[in-house]
Design a protein around this ligand. Structure first.
Ligand code: SF4
Ligand code: SF4
Length: 346
């Protein structure tokens, strides 16, 4: 496959993945993407109703980045899975709509962030017949479904996640078109590192009916970003403004990685976001050791509260901390956290 990014004068992704069939490293767009008889295919590792997002997640193999901290490296850095066409994807969406009691949400709520406003996945209402203390109390028990990752609703959202190949947009364009042909009542979301999203691609994705983006900005400092991912973040930092301008629903995600990405960088990423729209949801996740960063510790409670405060000081109004179990070990920790950030941000 020709690299769409170098054709536009940009740097190729850090996109060498292992192809077991060939027994060697190959570009992700050669090992996990193909076009046959004019139809784009993608290697898909898994598809299921994911928690805590409460939507159908399509886990793709192969990625245009090679992040040292990748939590999905088993399939983002190795070509594994089943070849699927846009038609196959629409059949999976159809099955999802038939198998579950769907909870319909508005397009503005087509984010991962809005999931926690509906259900915290405790399952108490189904298992014990009473709501837990943390339950938002919004959904009837008939809307709470059991899936591979636990209890919660099944929202009318389908997300492409795992490895990211936005640099070869045909598969996403055709898949979005097939899904929208099936029904206009399902929102299509791309979870992305942003690297492949050049202006031409954004226009095509918008016309195809993609509704929403969950953009993962991995560092503000360009040198750190390159060390973490293999590429520069210059273009990625411009995306919040471009995505909003193009009418997409947008949310952001960043990880706190001790010694790599701490409160100062989180604050700067939040400032970029707040300059576009202070209402854009921002999830700050605690890193856990993975892939090539198994020696880096998880952040502690103080580091996470500092990161929250930096995002708040930048002006953002919808901030949520994630992977709380990694930095909250006791009830006392939880009380301290709640006192500083409020229960709605946990
Ligand atoms: S995977 Fe993407 S970045 Fe890498 S060569 Fe292919 S098109 Fe270019
Ligand atoms: S962009 Fe995401 S899936 Fe791809 S290597 Fe980085 S963390 Fe993994």
């Amino acid at each position: 496959m020709d690299c769409t990014l170098t054709k536009h004068g940009l740097e190729q992704g850090s996109c060498q993945i292992f192809d077991f069939t060939a027994g060697k490293m190959r570009k992700a767009c050669d090992a996990s993407y193909k076009v046959k008889d004019g139809v784009p295919y993608r290697l898909i590792n898994a598809i299921f109703l994911s928690r805590p997002e409460h939507y159908l997640s399509i886990y793709q193999s192969g990625c245009n980045l090679a992040c040292k901290k990748c939590h999905s490296w088993q399939f983002s850095q190795n070509a594994v899975g089943e070849w699927m066409s846009p038609y196959d994807i629409s059949k999976e969406v159809e099955k999802y709509l038939n198998d579950y009691e769907i909870t319909f949400v508005s397009r503005e709520q087509a984010t991962s962030w809005h999931a926690h406003e509906l259900c915290k996945s405790c399952g108490s209402c189904v298992l014990h017949g009473t709501r837990s203390k943390r339950c938002p109390g919004v959904l009837g028990v008939d809307k709470i479904e059991l899936s591979e990752q636990g209890w919660g609703p099944a929202r009318n959202i389908v997300a492409f996640t795992g490895g990211d190949l936005a640099c070869q947009p045909d598969f996403y364009v055709k898949s979005a078109e097939s899904i929208k042909e099936l029904t206009e009542r399902v929102w299509v979301l791309l979870e992305t590192n942003g690297y492949g999203l050049i202006p031409d691609t954004l226009e095509r994705l918008q016309q195809a009916g993609i509704d929403s983006f969950w953009l993962d900005i991995k560092a503000f400092d360009d040198t750190i970003h390159r060390k973490l991912t293999g590429v520069s973040n210059t273009r990625i930092l411009k995306l919040p403004a471009e995505l909003k301008e193009s009418g997409f629903v947008l949310e952001l995600l960043s990880l706190v990685i001790p010694g790599w990405v701490e409160a100062d960088q989180i604050g700067k990423i939040a400032t970029v976001l707040a300059s576009v729209d202070a209402e854009i949801p921002f999830t700050i996740l605690a890193f856990f050791p993975a892939y090539k960063m198994i020696d880096v510790p998880t952040p502690n409670l103080r580091q996470m509260i500092d990161a929250y405060n930096a995002a708040k000081d930048a002006g953002l109004r919808k901030i949520k901390l994630g992977n709380v179990h990694l930095f909250v070990k006791t009830q006392e920790d939880y009380d301290v956290l709640e006192e500083h950030v409020g229960s709605e941000s946990v």
